[in-house]
Ligand binder design. Sequence first.
Ligand code: NAD
Ligand code: TYD
Length: 408
Amino acid sequence: MDYIYDDLPKQYSKAVKSSSKVLNSGRNSLFPARIRFLYPFIRHYTNLLFNFAAVNFIMHTILITGGAGFIGSNLVRLFVARYPHYTLVNLDKLTYAGNLENLKDIENAPNYHFVKGDITDMELLRNLFARYQFTGILHCAAESHVDRSITDPLAFVTTNVLGTATLLQVAKENWQGKFEDKIFYHISTDEVYGSLGETGLFTEKTGYDPRSPYSASKASSDHLVRAFYHTYQLPVKLSNCSNNYGPYHFPEKLIPLCIHNIFHNKPLPVYGEGLNVRDWLYVEDHVRAIDLIFHKGRIGETYNIGGHNEWTNIALVKELCRQMDEKLGRAAGTSAQLICFVKDRAGHDLRYAIDATKLKTELGWEPSLQFEEGLSRTIDWYLNNKEWLAHVTSGDYQQYYNQQYHKR
Ligand code: NAD
Ligand code: TYD
């Protein structure tokens, strides 16, 4: 985590510089010739001391929205552990996708607070700002599942568009042009760029061409965030990430749904011919990128985040079957017999793939895991957390599952 030392508020980095100056100017008088060889060590350790003090005096108070969801809970966990001197407030409506069990291990951490509420509730946001005086916002809350957006598009417009606009407005009201050391970080998706053909990659300059109610609502929210930057200079940062996978992923999405179904010997529903391509990234790599961009990314900029890891759905499901056969002690090929091709998703985007060169060259980020290893860790996590899976798949999940897949 040494990179956070580069992100010191001005007054402290000035202090670090002036400490070096004092030592430099007084070199001859402060240090007699016989101990002058110690000078580089003294300077090094003085700087370290100032840096340590500076980092510990950055008292960010961050509002994390949607912190009980999949990416949000992984992000909260990282920030709670890495920044004990920050105050982290998780605001989540606890929709079907939000689950406080995702945060059980850190729920009593002294730097963490949970508030149940809706990002469209302006009064609540105003009260929270008045109480906590946020200096940063990590905005994860969203309706996030494409299939649900096809059946209920207005829920997506309400949370993703109106919710983001409400949050922007309250941040603007509260920060009142005093934007130094403030950050509004909007977490978005590569789906805003539309669908690729067989070749090409999405860059930060690719034009927006959203094609599902989900991606259109996320694209609208991205536009609003940029509009608040250009119009009011609100200090925003954005990132657009490819498909995530990993622990705490709700089993309506392809990977956890298949893990759950393989375990229970249920059919594996592959849409169409299974030839759609997604670029998969392990969630911990995503939240590591968010951390880096939050602390070191440039204001007003967008960063693409991706896994350099394209898989057709059918190849991915077969790899899951292969690994699970091994882990469950089943004969090779057993789970693949569960695969069944079902009616395609309406308007199904063919291919997503991210060019993350900007993030690599500016901030040095790269994915850390090979996909096979990431999948293996993910499967292990689900097998070791059967109770979690049983809880989230009870109740409403069954009804959703029957509606989505019964007649497909
Ligand atoms: P998720 O559906 O798992 O979690 C969303 C969270 O937001 C839930 O905890 C839910 O309760 C909360 N929420 C929903 N509506 C709310 C509201 N009105 N007020 C307050 N909280 C509300 O989603 P996720 O997969 O963790 O995605 C998080 C963010 O990352 C989203 O903005 C999504 O667009 C983006 N994203 C996701 C992926 C992915 O592969 N999952 C990839 C790129 C970007
Ligand atoms: P999903 O996990 O829903 O993410 P997104 O739609 O945001 O990319 O779906 C990933 C891919 O898997 C997508 O091409 C749709 C496909 N898919 C299936 O084939 N079967 C399923 O049951 C689901 C949920 C998705």
